[in-house]
Write a protein that binds this ligand. Structure first.
Ligand SMILES: [Fe+2]
Length: 155
């Protein structure tokens, strides 16, 4: 059976390379790269998150307790991610360099850990739990949201 989460992991690789760029942009305080990174998160990562929140997580939710299981945990981490991104955006608008660096670094750390949990724990679990019918529905759900990271080589 073809792994249905592979596409999300490939998108994660693109996000991870953007995080390395973000870290460099924080070191040199490159406003242009910081704004470009925020644009990438607004456009591409929003679509990636939708694939997880609207397609994969609902398919998995029957297998886990709604408030304490791994899906609830990943959803809460998505909320934290959006909060950090808002803080970074506001700090950048105000030209508050200290806050830009603090929130930028929080995003880098938070997302590296979050992606590792999804890739190493949640996705392997999903591959064991999902049945044929669910996989077909997930694949078409992903397709209807679309390719969000052209660098991810969707094949
Ligand atoms: Fe993800």
């Amino acid at each position: 059976m073809k792994p249905v989460t592979e596409i999300l992991s490939r998108e994660h690789q693109v996000v991870l390379s953007r995080l390395t760029e973000l870290e460099r942009a924080l070191d040199t305080y490159s406003e242009e790269t910081l704004r470009d990174t925020l644009r990438f998160f607004d456009e591409s990562v929003t679509l990636h998150r939708r694939k997880e929140e609207e397609v994969l997580f609902p398919a998995l939710s029957a297998h886990f307790p709604p408030d304490t299981g791994p899906v609830a945990c990943m959803l809460a981490e998505h909320q934290d991610e959006k909060r950090h991104l808002d803080e970074l955006r506001q700090a950048l608008e105000k030209g508050d360099r200290v806050k830009v660096i603090v929130h930028g670094q929080l995003i880098v750390n938070h997302l590296r850990q979050h992606i590792s949990k999804e890739d190493q724990v949640l996705f392997p679990m999903a591959e064991r739990l999902l049945g044929h019918d669910q996989r077909d529905r997930i694949s078409s759900g992903f397709k209807s949201i679309g390719n969000c990271c052209p660098e991810a080589s969707y094949g």
